[in-house]
Design a protein around this ligand. Structure first.
Ligand SMILES: Nc1ccn([C@@H]2O[C@H](COP(=O)(O)OP(=O)(O)OP(=O)(O)O)[C@@H](O)[C@H]2O)c(=O)n1
Ligand SMILES: C[C@](O)(CO)[C@H](O)COP(=O)(O)O
Length: 230
């Protein structure tokens, strides 16, 4: 099933500490942003991309799209102070019906097969997310002492893309705005409608480049893919 993908790309990469938007850092000589966009460029089910960007980075990003010959339709939306606002601004450019995916541009290791499985689930249930079982024990703290250990068997580490029927996501963002609710992912806005959200098994390689250590993992993933000719 065909979809439009919204790619929030307007963060400032504070935790990466590179002094620039981490999406402009290069992996194997190619900007992180382009690694991510090429997956959607090469997915025949992707109809169009909507990139939420910082105004001061738009020209540079547009130049990268031309340099790396991104041919699919790309619309630009205004990045917001929060990821949620960036996504909402992108959503307003997505048209009113069909399937929309929201994918962190900082997750360059997404694959067509994961996207396909996710889109199928969202087509069926109206909303679906990629997630992987948590591997560490997770605890709640009060100050720097343990308050509670969370039962791990039902915990998932959530990834993107997250996929939705456009009408569902639009209602969720509008409701969150009315309630001044700020979520760290789009699914949390849909859950509170309430609307069911399906979980689709993701991949531990589908990491979000957040801190410097992630760049080391990223280079290792690229080397592994080169060896496997992915
Ligand atoms: N106001 C924001 C914040 C984030 N993002 C995007 O949302 C994705 C996930 O955000 P995150 O990993 O937190 O990126 P940054 O906000 O750049 O990181 P930091 O919080 O360390 O500054 C990234 O592709 C980022 O560019 C965005 O479009 N608009
Ligand atoms: C959307 C997300 O990638 C799901 O894990 C995550 O919540 C984004 O968090 P960030 O702090 O905006 O990177």
């Amino acid at each position: 099933m065909k979809y439009t993908v919204i790619l929030p790309a307007a963060g400032r990469g504070k935790r990466m500490g590179a002094g620039i938007n981490k999406l402009l850092l290069e992996l194997d000589g190619v900007p992180v942003l382009i690694h991510t966009l090429l997956v959607f460029e090469n997915d025949e089910n992707c109809k169009a991309m909507i990139l939420a960007v910082n105004p001061d980075e738009r020209d540079e990003m547009e130049g990268l799209l031309n340099r790396y010959k991104i041919k699919k339709p790309v619309k630009f939306a205004l990045g917001g102070a929060e990821r949620q606002q960036s996504v909402f601004n992108g959503l307003k450019e997505a048209g009113g019906e069909g399937l929309v995916l929201v994918h962190d541009a900082a997750r360059p290791f997404i694959t067509k097969s994961l996207i396909g499985r996710l889109a199928e689930a969202a087509e069926r249930d109206g909303a679906a997310i990629l997630a992987v079982p948590v591997k560490d024990t997770v605890k709640k703290a009060i100050g720097n002492h343990v308050a509670e250990t969370i039962e791990r068997s039902s915990l998932w580490a959530v990834q993107t893309p997250q996929a939705f029927r456009i009408s569902v996501l639009l209602e969720a963002h509008e409701r969150a705005g009315q309630d001044s609710f700020l979520g760290t992912d789009d699914a949390s806005l849909v859950e509170r409608l309430p609307h069911p959200v399906a979980i689709v098994q993701g991949d531990y390689n589908n990491i979000k480049l957040t801190t410097r250590e992630d760049l080391v993992f990223a280079e290792a993933i690229l080397r592994q893919r080169d060896r496997q000719n992915i």
